[in-house]
Write a protein that binds this ligand. Structure first.
Ligand code: ADP
Length: 329
């Protein structure tokens, strides 16, 4: 049975339960009222026969009648109270079930997206490395051409390596990630990563802005490398034909701020929170052109959290995105 039908069926069952309950409550209410009237009439007839009361006014003032009326009102309140409790618990139950259902649907879509993207991500470098190796084996190539092919195979291998690292780290982040804090020259570390990126992307403008005397700071080296690599790779991946990336580093009152600014398409407001979810990628997997797994920003956020830091997504001017990370108390 399709999901929609199952959902409709559960709504029909819930509506039936609510209506059946409303009907039972009404019935109980009227039966209780009937019982009260019957007891009251019987009591009145008895009292009139014994000559204890002469009319309605006198009857309604007797102790026995007032006790009976009090008991009836108590029962009425009980029926109302129970009915409200039942409806509230039922609605809360429905709400929780619905939340669980929505989570399950979301997790399924994410798993599907992940499988689609990971298959693609693994297939293309494997195929290119294989092609390069086959060409090198089959043909005697001039040294320069052979070097060119080997470099491109190495680059593909690097991509595979980064992908596997991301997969491992994201699995670890949920169970066993223990940041190892050590004194780091974060400016040198960023310069190194940016130089590597500039080598691979000569078309990009990549610059680091920092004060001259940036101090050593206590951070987890592997974690910070992962954060910077993922943000820099994204800045290139989602940028225009001529990517412009600026990394800004500040230090103030024991707080380290890192900003990764690009001139790409920017991130729509409604997506800004979701992009940090595991496996989340903007758009649909079938139509998307860029490669990725949706793990990058999840890793970035988890590592930043492990450093007691926070990350913000801001709009760059005139266009693009700025990922701003603040670490420290
Ligand atoms: P991936 O890059 O593997 O898709 P990420 O978790 O790194 O996964 O990013 C999630 C999504 O956020 C991306 O699919 C992309 O749509 C969007 N995104 C991330 N970085 C940028 C950026 N610098 N500019 C525009 N969009 C971005």
């Amino acid at each position: 049975m399709s999901n929609l039908r199952l959902r409709l069926l559960s709504y029909v069952i819930m509506a039936y339960m609510l209506m059946a309950f409303a009907w039972w409550s009404m019935l109980l209410f009227t039966k209780n009222q009937d019982a009260f009237y019957a007891k009251r009439d019987l009591m009145k007839i008895g009292m009139v026969a014994e000559g204890l009361v002469k009319n309605n006014v006198e009857f309604e003032q007797t102790f026995d009648y007032q006790e009976l009326a009090k008991k009836y009102q108590r029962q009425e309140r009980m029926i109302f109270g129970e009915a409200i409790m039942f409806v509230v618990t039922l609605l809360a139950g429905i709400w929780f079930i619905n939340q669980g259902y929505q989570k399950e649907v979301k997790a399924n879509t994410q798993r599907r997206n992940f499988l689609l993207s990971i298959t693609h991500e693994l297939k293309s470098p494997i195929a290119s490395i294989r092609l390069v190796l086959e060409t090198l084996l089959r043909r005697e190539l001039p040294k320069e051409k052979a070097n060119q092919l080997s470099t491109s195979a190495l680059r593909e291998n690097e991509r595979l390596h980064e992908l596997v690292e991301n997969l491992l780290l994201s699995a670890k982040l949920e169970t066993a990630y223990q940041p190892y804090f050590e004194e780091l020259d974060i400016a040198a570390l960023l310069e190194d990563l940016m130089a590597k990126l500039a080598d691979r992307h000569p078309e990009a403008y990549i610059a680091l802005e920092k004060p001259d005397d940036f101090p050593l700071v206590k951070m987890d080296k592997q974690g910070i490398i992962s954060v910077a690599t993922n943000l820099l790779e994204n800045a290139i991946k989602y940028a225009d034909a001529r990517p412009e990336i600026e990394v800004r580093l500040f230090h103030q009152n024991k707080k380290v701020t890192m900003e990764f600014a690009d001139n790409g398409p920017g991130i729509p407001e409604q997506e800004k929170k979701r992009i940090f979810e595991k496996f989340y990628r903007i758009g649909s997997e079938e139509t998307r052109q860029t490669k990725g797994t949706g793990l990058g920003l999840f890793i970035v956020q988890q590592v930043v959290k492990a450093h007691n830091g926070r990350i913000q997504v801001l709009n760059n001017q005139p266009k693009g995105t700025v990922f701003k990370i603040v670490i420290g108390n």
